[in-house]
Design a binder for this molecule. Sequence first.
Ligand code: HEC
Ligand code: HEC
Length: 495
Amino acid sequence: MALKLGILALCLCNTGLAQSAAPRVWNDGALKDWATPIAALGVRPGSFSEQDYYASPEDNYQTYPVYHPAREPKGYWNWLRKQKPKPLVDTSVLRSRQDWVQAGARAFREFDDAFLRSGDPKHIAMARDPANFKGVHLTPQGHVLDRRWVITPKGLEVSSTACLGCHVKVEANGGFQQAGPGNPFPPGIDDIGPKGTLLVDLLFERLFPGDTFQAANWRTFTTPWAADPRVERMKQMSVDEVNHLFNSGDITVFARFNGSPWYQTRIPDLHTLRYSRYIDATGTHRLSGPEDVARYAALVLSADTMSFGSHQFLTDRQRKVLYHAADEVLFAIGLYLMSLEPRRNPDPGPAAQLAAGREVFNRNGCQGCHPPPDYTSGKLTLAAGFTPDEAHPDRGNIVRVTVGTDPGLAMRTRKGTGFYKIPSLRGVWYRPRLLHDGSVASLEEMFNPARLRPDHVPGGWKGPEGTNRGIPGHPFGLNLQAGEKASLLAFLRSL
Ligand code: HEC
Ligand code: HEC
């Protein structure tokens, strides 16, 4: 009998049925050495224990589209108010790996951020007021991308998406690329959800009880070991001044928790995730499979202790896991994101030019860091000023060269591992921003030596204060003849 059961288990494995349960995403074993040490401290960031994490309430609720009021299907609102809570990811109906990937695609699009929920009739009314939809992108079905109705045991609430709100590229034809790079929005569009309904104040109240908005922001960025007077001044800024730091006019870059408004990171194209060995531009976490992506989603959603060695950035009252997303939601998202590949350029240049471009690529040593077929080795380069010691736990994945791009993010923030990972060049043809800080807006700018000069105006992110500044580093391919450069760019656009 035991033998028979053994065979049965094996058969289930082979048909993929063994995946009917998600792994335990937040587990002490994996967490022990998952994060990359912070260069300036030589320690890995702390984390909540498995026990604390799973002691919090679990979240897995189906959400529903927020339509432009004039486009709501007939009877929708009455129907919606009668709905009961249902799981967003329901493992009982998932049979194959493909089912999981599809469930993950949907979860990535529809999962909402519990910290941004409100059942306040005032907020609900705002999400149904036509005046708040001016300039807002609508899908062909007439709903917005980033606001959802959610039914929890508390009833109907308005909420915002957990992932899609940042990780989406809005197309001029009304479509959108889910998990694509961030946007410069097409003309006429300035938002992806009804105005006034992204309830950031509520999120701050919930995550940082006892703090003003300014103090809470300061808390997410301060680095006592490399004190930045601009960050320290945030506590004294007006709310408008703080908001101004983040509103750089488009959502191509963002100051994520533990980063900095002065060293922002571009919103990456998640279609190249599978080519990387690390997560984030500075390689903050190891990436060896969907579990690591799931864990990263858990971290950014609700499980960041903000503790780094002896530094605790949250008060005892704030350092709590308030809820956790169900493992099946996170794991499905992980499987989905790892299944993605960038789409091919439908209109690559002439074959002869691409061949010439490949020559230029090889002759200039590009393949050393960006080798085919992934066009990245997935490894880490050094930020200027960092020399990891020989025993660094990631030594096997470190290329001991610096490409000399702005070292601020990698050296002066809590994402400061001392590394910049080598991005894949697959899909670079549709990427609106280049380099970790999104300062470069095109391949032409990237390979134009004039970008190094201090009077250059970056085509992409310019920083919160001022426009002129050189974009240093990545000297490769800066001294090409015009013809060589044209071929190289055509080749890059074909990847
Ligand atoms: C507020 C905007 C925002 C939201 C919301 C958001 N992200 Fe991100 N995400 C970013 C930015 C910015 C980065 C780049 C951070 C860095 O490089 O340090 C990033 C990085 C990532 C990465 C690493 C990509 C890479 O190439 O290394 C993954 C994976 C990811 N996000 C998944 C998610 C998932 C899953 C969710 C939802 C649970 C989510 N993100 C929600 C802005 C966001
Ligand atoms: C020593 C390793 C190395 C070599 C050699 C190298 N690169 Fe890079 N490349 C990098 C790193 C690291 C980055 C990201 C730097 C950052 O974000 O600060 C990068 C970024 C890029 C980007 C921007 C991609 C993006 O999404 O941000 C392009 C395009 C690029 N490289 C093309 C090339 C070409 C073409 C060559 C040869 C002429 C080349 N690289 C040689 C390491 C290298």
